[in-house]
Design a protein around this ligand. Structure first.
Ligand code: DQA
Length: 147
């Protein structure tokens, strides 16, 4: 069976839909998952979509994706700005990594302007809300077909 692309979501993204909707929109995480499954399906890709508030679980899932995935899309939430452990796990991956953020982190507080995760990403998409996940899936399909 073809390997899925992993889409990993970090802390507080389980609250999507009710969390600061003026920043993150009204779409829930479940809505976003359906959107990703639909988009990936049109490109012939399967999706493994997960969310955790725990850094260690996210590191474990990155390692799982490294072994079992065709590619990895990650919105690490606040861990983007703090987690060298996630960066190291991503650097160990030889599958394509695409970083995504719902909001435009560069228009926000200065502490959000740096993402450690970007150091391991093929590219970064931010500021387009849920559409960004679809754009990341398109970019991933192209990266996988180039590999
Ligand atoms: C986020 C941006 C981060 O700065 C923030 O901590 C999040 C969500 C985004 O998707 O815009 O939790 O990754």
């Amino acid at each position: 069976m073809a390997k899925p692309i992993y889409i990993l979501n970090g802390p507080n993204l389980n609250l999507l839909g009710t969390r600061e909707p003026e920043v993150y929109g009204t779409e829930t995480l479940a809505d976003l998952e359906q959107r990703c499954i639909r988009k990936a399906g049109t490109l012939g890709l399967a999706v493994e979509f997960r969310q955790s508030n725990a850094e260690s679980e996210l590191v474990d899932w990155i390692q799982e994706a490294r072994a079992n995935g065709a590619g990895l899309i990650v919105n690490a939430g606040a861990y983007s700005h703090t987690s060298i452990a996630m960066l190291d796990a991503l650097l160990a991956c030889d599958i394509p990594v695409v970083e995504v953020h719902l909001s435009n982190i560069f228009r926000r507080e200065p502490f959000r302007h740096q993402s450690y995760i970007s150091g391991a990403a093929k590219g970064v998409i931010c500021g387009f809300g849920g559409l960004g996940y679809e754009l990341a899936i398109e970019a991933m399909a192209s990266a996988i077909s180039d590999a």
